[in-house]
Ligand binder design. Structure first.
Ligand code: NIG
Ligand code: FE
Length: 402
């Protein structure tokens, strides 16, 4: 299948954030697509006598990538939100068996079909914001069968909607009630049974761990990383969200593609992320919703050239927000990221956080995933919220109007 998209105002993200000045927009450019891949750009593309579609001079960015979500779950936690506003901390709710474990109960009780029906509109909400790839984690099952069920549902979204899905096994999200005083045995079960099964059934691209006082220790996380590496799965980690345990450094040393949250990461440790090429994923929705005050070490990350990704962390407990452009706005207002850093964070750097070497840029050889916007400048994407300036998305080469 061949197609030529003409008259695009291209924002390619094809150069390193530190090598480019400005957005390097290319006006009136063309993109040639063959079998879901970008095969030519600009004048090379215009020469081709292929079926054409004009993009009418509109702004075109790589399709946005939400590189961290928990969007498969049942139930909601509005009651917990209310409890928190009456003064009960997130940690206390979790310690009393609420929090993540309340979503685990609801998710275990739901069938594949029920979970899918709940997940599809959430994915569609992200797509309305120009998202063409979504990472989705398990982590509300915490048994072999329920974790695999969540991953199956996440993968099924790709069969129902025009969006790419990357799946992550997060069995080490919370200590399940069955192992309440025996976290080490749960870790052994994850390493010996759940990771091998997810790998064998090709249900997960990566493995994640919630490394925190209310979840798993650095030592326990390292066991998970070893098992993930042994089964050829990528590593990602929730680290330094509520305290500084040194989890980010341990994850980076194990080869993690990204460490996520990192409000409590020390400035000194940002250099280690740089050494290991680990992406720092910022999740301003969770920061905002938990009314956190500790800001991630943004200046040190910049100084050491650590790529920063930006994601929704969409989940019922800490970030009930299905909008990546809202996160771009929050990253600027709460963390001081520039609109350009935001756009790298939801395209090129987000692809890097998932190890997707063919996504996140508009360049020859890359997947033909892009978003077409009704706006004049890329900064507008971080600026106005809720007006849905999306005109349409191209996913694997095919046009889907908004
Ligand atoms: O990314 N930090 C741990 N996991 C999620 C929260 C999940 C939940 O509270 O249900 C997060 O914030
Ligand atoms: Fe998360």
């Amino acid at each position: 299948m061949r197609h030529l998209y003409t008259d695009a105002k291209l924002v390619t993200m094809a150069s390193d954030i530190h090598n480019s000045d400005g957005y390097q927009c290319q006006d009136h450019s063309a993109i040639a697509v063959e079998n879901g891949k970008i095969v030519a750009l600009g004048q090379d593309a215009e020469q081709l006598d292929w079926p054409k579609q004009s993009l009418n001079g509109r702004l075109v960015t790589p399709g946005l990538i939400d590189s961290h979500t928990h969007l498969v779950f049942a139930g909601n936690r509005a009651d917990e939100f209310e409890q928190r506003l009456n003064g009960v901390p997130y940690q206390t709710i979790a310690e009393q068996g609420g929090g993540i474990l309340s979503t685990v109960q609801a998710t275990r009780a739901a069938s594949d079909a029920e979970l899918l029906a709940l997940a599809l509109p959430r994915a569609e909400a992200l797509m309305r914001d120009g998202v063409t790839t979504i990472e989705i984690k398990s982590g509300y099952g915490l048994t072999l069968d329920d974790e695999l069920k969540m991953l199956r549902v996440a993968k099924a979204i790709e069969q129902h909607l025009p969006v790419n899905v990357s799946t992550t096994l997060l069995a080490a999200h919370a200590i399940p009630p069955e192992y309440q005083h025996d976290a080490d045995h749960y870790i052994a079960h994850i390493c010996q049974s759940i990771i091998p099964a997810a790998a064998e059934q090709q249900l997960a691209d990566a493995v994640d761990v919630f490394c925190e006082n209310i979840a798993f220790s650095v030592d326990q996380a390292e066991k998970i990383y070893a098992a993930a590496n042994a089964h050829g799965l990528n590593i990602k980690a929730h680290t330094e969200q509520l305290s500084d345990l040194g989890g980010s450094v341990a994850a980076a040393k194990a080869g993690a593609y990204s460490v996520d949250h990192i409000e409590y990461l020390s400035e000194a440790d940002t250099q280690i992320l740089a050494e290991f090429g680990t992406v720092a994923t910022l999740l301003p929705g969770a920061f905002y919703f938990l009314r956190e005050t500790q800001i991630p070490p943004i200046e040190a990350l910049r100084e050491h050239h650590v790529p920063m990704a930006l994601a929704t962390d969409f989940n019922p407990g800490t970030s009930p927000f299905a909008s990546l452009t809202l996160m771009m706005n929050m990253a600027s207002t709460l963390f001081g990221l520039t609109p350009k850093e935001n756009l790298y964070g939801v395209t090129r750097h987000a692809a890097q956080a998932l190890g997707l070497t063919n996504k996140g840029q508009i360049a020859v050889g890359f997947d033909a995933d892009f978003a077409v916007w009704q706006c004049d400048t890329p900064a507008e994407l971080s600026y106005m919220v809720g007006t849905a300036p999306l005109v349409g998305r191209v996913v694997n080469g095919i046009w889907y109007p908004a």
